[in-house]
Design a protein around this ligand. Structure first.
Ligand code: CA
Length: 239
């Protein structure tokens, strides 16, 4: 997550090797009151993500040096910085979903710059809503979710907290399910709450949920998330 204070003007890192597109995107973002910086290749993108700690990365998939998929993978290995992927082909979206790398949204070229800015704003709103001071950490069974710290952990048998490395979407899904344990949430509701304005299909929820489950399973929480046939999902803690 960003190290900038929530009140600061959000910084968007535009990773794009076509200078014309990069400058149009920056102009629209800045006109909307955001700050923008550019990186022209994957290597520079990774350096600037480390150095600038942007609030969001707008990431072209086809890049010189290190391609967008590897940049996304590296960003996800290092944290939960929101990422919107920019692709030239709708097929790339399927590839990204299949890889389950946890991009927060997808934009397909050729795009309409105001629409990209709207998507950026939507993802930032979701991120900042999660960062806004709310309540004490939620504890459900062995899982603890701290919305303020934007972190989740799992307590092992010895009572030691084991951090869960979740993507932004997985974190939102887990928080949503944990807010009302045992309630069954439909896929449509989860999309609305956790992936609004993303035009996501219901199978996108299955993909995120399966990755979230695997992480919980590795933390010893097998079966915590139940699939409710024909409806969706619920969190069903043992105790
Ligand atoms: Ca490109």
């Amino acid at each position: 997550m960003s190290s900038a204070p929530p009140s600061a003007t959000p910084l968007v890192l535009v990773v794009e090797d076509e200078p014309g597109i990069a400058s149009i995107l920056c102009a629209y973002l800045e006109r909307d009151g955001l700050r923008a910086r550019t990186a022209a290749d994957g290597r520079e993108a990774l350096r600037l993500v480390q150095q600038l700690r942007p609030d969001l990365v707008l990431l072209d998939i086809h890049l010189p040096e290190v391609d967008g998929i590897d940049v996304l993978r590296a960003i996800r290995d290092g944290g939960q910085t929101p990422v919107i992927m920019v692709t030239a082909l709708a097929d790339d979206v399927d590839k990204l979903l299949a890889l389950r790398l946890g991009a927060d949204d997808y934009v397909v070229k050729p795009f309409n710059p105001p629409e990209v800015v709207a998507r950026v704003r939507a993802v930032l709103r979701r991120t900042q809503a999660r960062l806004a001071p709310s309540s004490a950490p939620i504890r459900v069974g062995a899982i603890e979710i701290d919305a303020q710290a934007h972190s989740a952990c799992c307590f092992d048998a010895a009572g030691q907290a084991q951090p869960l490395a979740l993507t932004l979407t997985e974190f939102r899904l887990l928080s949503c399910l944990a807010a009302q344990p045992r309630r069954c949430f439909s896929r449509g509701y989860l999309i609305e709450q956790c992936l609004p304005e993303s035009d996501a299909l219901e199978r996108v929820i299955d993909s995120h949920m399966s990755k979230l489950r695997r992480k919980l399973q590795l933390a010893g929480q097998d079966g915590l998330i139940e699939t409710v046939r024909g409806i969706g999902y619920r969190l069903w803690p043992a105790s």
